[in-house]
Write a protein that binds this ligand. Structure first.
Ligand code: DOR
Ligand code: ZN
Length: 332
């Protein structure tokens, strides 16, 4: 049995830099035709020079593979119109992080006060740039995303022409917002479709499943699954594949991030097939994103075959989700 996907895209990925970039970028390019690349490097991507240089390093790491990295800028509330006009030639979106909320986000916004954000968000609306948001407060870890929903609502109402992507949503409350505001969209990861907090911390602690936002309750996972399986037109696949070297995961003070880039399409195909929804996978992994971003990715046919795939124990010094386990589908 074979299932073919046309130009699948990953609308949220961390490709990192240097040796890690060289290790993980080809793994994304093996499965995807394009991806939205996160800007949370050290230091974050906040200048046009840094943006262009990083884009160049990604292309170099890809070699001859067909893959378009779609660049993003790290959101700062003091960018000028002239700067954003020039940046808009190189980027699809800006990524907003509340300061300190996750890996390398210390330079993010100190406050989500609308008036502070207004000048940049007005210009973004004018230029048609998309706002990608890591939507968590610094409240109790299980409530952070739910508490952020009122901020999503204020942003969506205050900037009706701005497309806002709620990144890596994990709760039923975020799912509910999709039908309430025309300009709210979402990415959903593979891991949040598969795990709950029980898998992370219900038994022995699983550092390779620890991520931000943390996996939530069964009813949240169910809401994410339903909206993904039906390929709701406002949801897109975004892996949030976030590689960290093994010594940063298996240690005291585990870094947040699940590395899924090389196994994402195989596991998604297995999941959609299991639910008899394979016909909707194309929209979830490409067509919806094409419409939302107004973007046509390079043509690429990716075929999956129902032959078991033994997931490697590691790729370089990164441990993937399902390391050492078997998935039902392989890349052809
Ligand atoms: O788990 C995560 N890892 N969540 C994020 O928001 C950032 C990411 C990373 O960069 O490691
Ligand atoms: Zn991320």
């Amino acid at each position: 049995m074979t299932h073919t996907l046309l130009s699948p895209m990953d609308m949220h990925v961390h490709l990192r830099d240097e040796a890690m970039l060289k290790c993980v970028a080809p793994l994304s390019a093996q499965s995807f035709s394009a991806a939205i690349v996160m800007p949370n490097l050290v230091p974050p991507i906040t200048t046009i020079e840094a943006l262009k240089a990083y884009h160049g390093r990604i292309l170099e790491a890809m070699g001859e593979m067909i893959f378009e990295p779609l660049m993003t800028l790290f959101f700062k509330s003091d960018y000028t119109r002239a700067f954003l006009e020039e940046a808009s030639l190189y980027i699809k979106a800006l990524k907003l992080y509340p300061s300190g909320i996750t890996t390398n986000s210390e330079g993010g916004v100190a406050s989500m006060d609308i008036e502070t954000l207004r000048p940049v968000l007005e210009v973004m609306s004018d230029l048609g740039l998309i706002l990608c948001v890591h939507g968590e407060t610094n409240g109790f870890v299980m409530d952070r995303e739910k508490e952020f929903c009122s901020i999503y609502e204020s942003l969506a109402s205050a900037f009706p022409r701005l497309k806002i992507v709620m990144e890596h949503i994990t709760t039923k409350e975020s799912v509910a917002l999709l039908d309430k505001y025309e300009n709210l969209y979402a990415t959903i990861t593979l891991h949040h479709l598969l795990i709950t907090l029980d898998d992370v911390a219900g038994g022995m602690l699983k550092p390779h499943l620890f991520c931000k936002p943390i996996a939530k309750r069964y009813e949240d996972r169910e809401a994410l699954l339903q909206v993904s399986l039906k390929a709701h037109p406002k949801v897109m696949f975004g892996s949030d594949s976030a590689p960290h070297p093994v010594h940063k995961k298996e240690c005291c003070g585990c870094a947040a991030g699940v590395f899924t880039a090389p196994i994402a399409l195989q596991a998604l195909t297995e999941l959609f097939h299991k639910h008899h929804m394979l016909a909707n996978l194309q929209a979830f992994v490409s067509n919806n994103a094409q419409t939302i971003y107004g973007y046509k990715p390079p043509f690429k046919e990716i075929s999956l075959v129902k032959i078991p795939y033994d997931v490697p124990h590691s790729y370089g010094d990164v441990i993937p989700m399902f390391a050492g386990e078997q998935l039902a589908w392989s890349l052809k």
